[in-house]
Design a protein around this ligand. Structure first.
Ligand SMILES: N[C@@H](CCC(=O)N[C@@H](CS)C(=O)NCC(=O)O)C(=O)O
Length: 144
């Protein structure tokens, strides 16, 4: 494990995976903030009985968080396997940076309701990056 963490490839993966997972985790407190500030849009009766309601802003953050879960977990799993295939460091960095950048752009586009195709394109870029890493994992494994 200590050997892995002194390897540039795994350090690069750890850095970008941590950044994008922290971004995803930030969506939870942001949802809480929107619940409180948007006239108390709580989802459980034990939170505030008289304020059980849905709010479009809260639902938007929740959908954004859900989309992160759909895409970032796949990136972390496939990106880790990809790092084990021994890719060129600059190619790997390009994959990690493009994916993380695309998810930040997706979040900003979603939360600010920017006109499409900003959100759609950022999502597609992230998906293509993950598929590209998955392709390398599968082609490397085929030759075992
Ligand atoms: N679960 C997604 C699958 C497709 C997807 O992730 N689309 C991107 C680009 S349009 C998106 O931002 N969807 C909005 C969302 O997941 O709430 C959906 O229902 O839309």
């Amino acid at each position: 494990m200590a050997d892995l963490m002194s390897n540039d490839m795994f350090l690069a993966f750890s850095k970008y995976a941590t950044i994008v997972v922290l971004k995803m985790m930030f969506m939870a407190p942001l949802t809480g903030y929107f619940r409180i500030t948007r006239k108390g849009a709580f989802s459980n009766s034990e939170d505030r009985k008289k304020m059980l309601q849905t709010n479009p802003d809260v639902e938007r953050v929740r959908r954004c968080h859900q989309n992160d879960l759909e895409n970032i977990i796949s990136f972390v799993v496939i990106g880790l396997l990809y790092a084990f295939t021994g890719p060129d460091l600059s190619t790997a960095l390009l994959h990690f940076q493009v994916f993380v950048g695309s998810r930040f752009i997706h979040t900003v586009s979603y939360l600010l309701a920017l006109p499409q195709p900003s959100r759609g394109l950022s999502w597609v870029v992230g998906i293509i990056t993950t598929f590209s890493m998955a392709y390398r994992v599968l082609t490397t494994a085929l030759f075992l």
